[in-house]
Ligand binder design. Structure first.
Ligand SMILES: Cc1cc2nc3c(=O)[nH]c(=O)nc-3n(C[C@H](O)[C@H](O)[C@H](O)COP(=O)(O)O)c2cc1C
Ligand SMILES: [Mn+2]
Length: 485
């Protein structure tokens, strides 16, 4: 049953094209003409995002070398305060924690899963290539970084699969390399939901049906690259976030749901017995941590695409990356929610720092209410589903510290944390071959929990902070306004 009574929060835009018009009016798009898909597109996207974390414009490439006018690439769609607020249907935030709080408020008050709505057609069906017509080189898949092993058509993508046992649809972002005009490779880290689903098909000797959406509304990318609970359909999650169902069309070959307003969607099967070399690819922790490997290849038999298609592009690299701000904001809110649902009291803020690629350095602020509270908070951040994969550091701070402000966090670590007492280690956690510290399977890593709160036992006696009081600051601001413009 589709819930059509739900509020239509994102009524303002229907798909990526409408959204681009809006971003244009907001002055949030940088246009680039004539860039080469070979290294230039990737370097421009990487460099512009890194120059202004959380505030860089999205980059729209047209007249890409060797491709017709109108065949475009969009990089960093939602990766800034103003644009992320539009995509999430939230007011423009003042700062990081304000964004996290308004996301949470919305999800607490209004959020429920809204299943996708099946429709008979949509813009993605404007063009279809079938069987021998399939030619992936029609799209300007970029060769992203100098040491990569090939061209990547899927970075800001959504890999859509159906669990053969339950019918659950999973949508996830996994990188997709082009092998040739009708073959690609999808790299899925051990334990990822799509990988578990594909292994079920393989264990029965069957190929795994798959859709690969390579251009779409940034909301689809946001839900596909977050750690959403097992057996929760990301499309229903996206529907819940926007307040109306995502429209989908049944695919021709496998009846999988094609987002009706997507730009480019490939359909095929993953074949466990046809292995091809995939990678290497510069990855999100900022390294080439793993070499090329042999992976099941994906034979593409259908391509559905809009006129003048737009490929969406995310650039994993040395942080800050062109997707890590948006990821950090949503992940911070999800971790906060999960900790609260696990019973944690007194949370004042959570922020997943971009320097940790939005995963490896996460900070929670609490008002300490009982002995052991800080350890509990740190362990929950480290082990809840949204915070677990590929983590490294969790820092717990008191409520007077803004967890998104690195200066404050370092001050707390420097003055309230006694290393041998306040740093704890957790071993054998869920990581990935992309972790530069890991050299072989099983891909498990070790973590540090830094308790940078005032020691609970004597926190009331902890030395007072040497800083003008809020009331004195206020008086000074009023009396000498010119000093503080
Ligand atoms: C730009 C980008 C690229 C990613 N590439 C991969 C990848 O190649 N393989 C992978 O396992 N996870 C990749 N991830 C992380 C997954 O998208 C993320 O863990 C997500 O939760 C997976 O969905 P699932 O929980 O349904 O498996 C990527 C994330 C982003 C933002
Ligand atoms: Mn999933």
């Amino acid at each position: 049953m589709v819930d059509n009574e739900a509020p239509r929060r994102n009524e303002g835009y229907q798909d990526l094209r409408d959204l681009l018009k809006k971003f244009e009016e907001m002055g949030e798009i940088a246009h680039v003409e004539g860039a080469d898909w070979n290294l230039e597109v990737g370097a421009i996207a990487e460099m512009t995002a890194a120059a202004k974390p959380g505030r860089a414009k999205a980059v729209l490439f047209d007249n890409i070398k060797g491709y017709p006018t109108g065949t475009r690439i969009l990089a960093g769609g939602a990766n800034a305060f103003k644009r992320l607020a539009v995509v999430l249907g939230l007011p423009e935030p003042k700062d990081e924690i304000d964004l996290v709080k308004s996301y949470r408020e919305r999800s607490k008050k209004e959020f429920k899963l809204i299943p996708p709505l099946e429709v008979s057609s949509g813009p993605v069906m404007e063009n279809i290539m079938r069987e021998a017509e399939v030619d992936l080189l029609k799209f300007p898949a970029p060769f992203v970084h100098e040491l990569d092993g090939g061209r990547y058509i899927g970075t800001d993508d959504a890999i859509i699969m159906r669990d053969p046992d339950t019918g659950w649809i999973n949508s996830a972002t996994y990188r997709v390399m082009v092998h040739d005009k009708n073959t690609v490779g999808i790299w899925m880290s051990p334990g990822k939901q799509g990988r578990l689903i594909s292994e079920k098909y393989f264990s029965e000797g069957k190929p795994c049906p798959v859709l690969i959406s390579c251009g779409h509304d940034p909301l689809l990318f946001l839900v596909s690259h977050q750690e959403i609970d097992h057996e929760v359909d990301e499309f229903a999650y996206a529907g819940g976030m926007r307040g109306r169902p995502l429209e989908v069309i049944k695919s021709e070959l496998h009846g999988l749901p094609i987002p009706a307003h997507a730009e480019i969607v490939l359909e095929g099967e993953i074949n466990a017995d046809d292995l091809r070399e995939e990678g290497p690819f510069g990855e999100f922790m900022g390294y080439y941590a793993s070499n090329a490997t042999l992976l099941p290849s994906v034979k593409i038999n259908r391509v559905y695409y809009r006129k003048n298609p737009i490929l969406t592009l995310a650039i994993p690299s040395r942080p800050p990356e062109n997707f890590t701000f948006a990821r950090a904001a949503v992940k911070s809110a999800m971790i906060w929610d999960e900790c609260e649902k696990a019973g944690l009291n007194g949370i004042r803020g959570v922020w997943c720092h971009e320097a940790g690629a939005g995963r490896l350095f996460n900070v929670i602020a609490i008002k300490q209410l009982y002995p052991g509270h800080a350890s509990q908070a740190g362990m929950l951040v480290m082990n809840c589903h949204a915070g677990n994969y590929a983590g490294r550091w969790v820092v717990v701070v008191d409520e007077d510290i803004d967890p998104s402000n690195m200066f404050d966090v370092i001050w707390a670590m420097s003055t309230r944390c006694d290393p041998p007492e306040d740093v704890q280690f957790v071993k054998r956690s869920w990581s990935t071959p992309l972790d530069p510290l890991l050299r072989e399977p099983p891909w498990q890593n070790n973590r540090g929990l830094i308790d940078a709160c005032r020691p609970y036992g004597w926190k009331e006696d902890f030395p007072k902070v040497a800083e003008a009081s809020p009331s004195l600051k206020e008086k000074i601001r009023e009396k000498f306004p010119d000093l503080f413009d």
